[in-house]
Design a protein. Structure first.
Lengths: 292, 296
């Protein structure tokens, strides 16, 4: 939290050290690029090269460039075969309500938990954040959803995700609420605002930075989740990871590596584009949550 | 009224009913299924018959006697420890390599974050292709050694779990790196300058000053890596599906497989085991790591 405050004052003593390193051969940049090429470049190239080959050439995926680039033909094929559009909207259909839901319910609870003292509040807080470490009961949740008539439905999946990620929101937001001065709420109260108005007009806008962090994290988890989706909505509703699982399960049998990798590229694009556009905010959001 | 205002906000300004919606969702979708775990693990619930009967500890005794429980527990724990080691070693190495704020370093950091935002399932399939006996990695090794190499990276009953743990660490090392970078930034330049004046070399400086001061980042990274990989599924499912010979069969892989076979009670039993394992380990691990922070 104090990173930015400390930097300017200490900028001066770093300068001589920097000048010393500048004269040598650029070992560090060379090493950094080499590591990135070996560790990231090889797998990523394998994906792109294989996704651009035809089936015969992709039968045994290797690093050779495709003799003929047919990336977009393969995209077109998995777009149909992998039900991309259905998967994309299915993913959105479960992610958006779940994220909005946990943010609203989580901040409501966190505001109270951050402001009230006492044993009851502490107990509820402990219960509220226990889901951060404890794994959800994935088998019996299916049984419960059946009893509720929600098995295999988007609503059931949304509920499961909300139950899993409420803890994350409560944890992040409660910590943040405690850093907000009481006076800001007090001003609204003096103007005659009740708790609901105070929460909506004063508290929620103040929570924006921490809610942004939580949104990023939870979107990342839900968008990429396949384990819980397999149990709750597997075979009944399309999501991008579920369809990848199907494409790959069939594709491995048929040795269709080019289609698997084409699917992986297409499915990663939405998050990759979001990340490229907002990388600074995403990175600072995630690290600010981890290091207090 | 005035005195009250001075003492802080009144209770009714933060009404307890604000907690109710969140608690309702937590109870229905988290607590009740968890409580069900403790009930249905002691039944014969399966897809083969419509009624569910109490079966005592039958599920546990059969899982213990055929060695499944021991194997799954061992595999899960070994996997978690390996992931924690590799992910932190890679993340810290990257953070130290990319510490200075140059343009190249910033670009490479962003590149290392790409696996973090990718689907773990996709990462698993990429590495399955890369690690095939006639795959790209063996091709590269063969190119360097000049001989044909066909190491079955994902087919060895001893070493495959290590390989899969490295893949898991590969996916998440960008996150550890970022957290270590943030930790390195919080170390005051004065402390480092003082050590430099005392004649501390690079290694001494790292070992006795910078690494100990990274304790909060280590706590976070080790705890999340350990607990996250105990709950792992995607990467193992996409690379080995638990094989060869069950040597990478994590608890979640077992749960998924037996659930698919309709053996719901066995799956529930393992789900309960996973819950207990994490519950028993999480709190001591976090407390131990926190204590390490306090000493410093």
């Amino acid at each position: 939290m104090t990173i930015t405050a400390e930097r300017p004052e200490t900028a001066a003593p770093i300068a001589p050290a920097r000048r010393r390193t500048r004269r040598r051969f650029p070992v560090q940049p060379a090493a950094a690029i080499l590591v990135a090429v070996l560790v990231l470049g090889v797998p990523f190239w394998l994906v792109i090269a294989t996704a651009a080959k035809d089936q015969a050439e992709a039968l045994n995926p290797d690093l050779s460039p495709p003799s003929e680039w047919r990336l977009f033909d393969n995209f077109a094929q998995v777009f149909e075969d992998g039900r991309m559009i259905a998967g994309f909207f299915g993913s959105l259909l479960v992610m958006v309500p779940a994220v909005v839901g946990v943010l609203i319910l989580g901040s409501m609870a966190a505001w109270i938990l951050g402001r009230r003292g006492g044993r009851l509040t502490a107990a509820i807080y402990a219960l509220g954040i226990s889901g951060i470490v404890l794994p959800p009961a994935v088998v019996t949740i299916v049984l419960l959803l059946r009893q509720l008539g929600l098995a295999g439905t988007a609503l059931g999946m949304i509920g499961v995700y909300m139950g899993m990620y409420l803890s994350t929101v409560i944890f992040f937001v409660t910590g943040f609420v405690r850093t907000i001065p009481h006076e800001l709420e007090e001003a609204a109260r003096v103007d005659g605002a009740g708790p609901v108005r105070t929460f909506i007009r004063v508290v929620l806008p103040l929570l924006r930075p921490v809610l942004a962090t939580a949104t990023i994290l939870i979107c990342l988890y839900i968008w990429n989740d396949v384990f819980y989706a397999l149990f709750v909505i597997g075979g009944r509703l399309d999501t991008l990871p579920l369809n990848l699982y199907q494409v790959a399960s069939a594709g491995l049998y048929l040795q269709n590596w080019h289609l698997i990798f084409a699917y992986i590229i297409l499915m990663s694009l939405p998050l990759l584009i979001t990340f490229m556009v907002a990388q600074r905010r995403i990175i600072s959001g995630i690290t600010s949550g981890a290091v207090k | 009224m005035l005195a009250k205002g001075k003492a802080g906000p009144r209770r009714q300004d933060h009404p307890l009913w604000f907690l109710i919606p969140a608690l309702a969702v937590l109870v229905v979708f988290f607590l009740v299924p968890t409580a069900f775990n403790f009930v249905y693990a002691f039944t014969d619930w399966s897809s083969f018959k419509s009624d569910i009967n109490f079966a005592g500890v039958d599920n546990f005794t059969s899982l213990i006697s055929n060695g499944t429980l021991r194997n799954a527990l061992k595999v899960t724990l070994v996997y978690a420890v390996l992931v924690a080691i590799f992910q932190n070693a890679f993340g810290l190495g990257l953070a130290l390599l990319l510490e200075r704020d140059t343009r190249v370093n910033r670009a490479v950091r962003v590149a290392f974050f790409v696996p973090v935002i990718m689907s773990a399932l996709a990462v698993g399939y990429i590495f399955q292709a890369l690690l095939k006996p006639d795959g790209a990695l063996n091709g590269i090794i063969g190119w360097f050694t000049g001989a044909e190499v066909s190491i079955p990276w994902l087919g060895d009953t001893t070493w495959t779990i290590v390989v899969v743990a490295i893949v898991h660490a590969w996916k998440w090392m960008g996150l550890s790196m970022l957290i270590y970078l943030a930790g390195l930034k919080t170390i005051s330049e004065d402390v480092l300058e003082a050590a430099r004046l005392d004649g501390a070399g690079r290694w001494t400086m790292f070992r006795s000053i910078r690494f100990p001061l990274l304790a909060p980042a280590v706590t976070f990274n080790v705890a999340t890596a350990l607990l996250g990989s105990m709950n792992g599924f995607d990467i193992v499912q996409a690379t080995t599906e638990g094989g060869p010979g069950g040597t990478t069969e994590l608890l979640n892989i077992y749960i998924f497989r037996t659930f698919g076979q309709g053996l719901f009670a066995q799956a529930t039993t393992m789900s309960l085991v996973l819950f207990l394992l994490v519950a028993i380990l999480a709190f001591p691990v976090i407390r131990f790591l926190r204590k390490r922070e306090d000493v410093l």
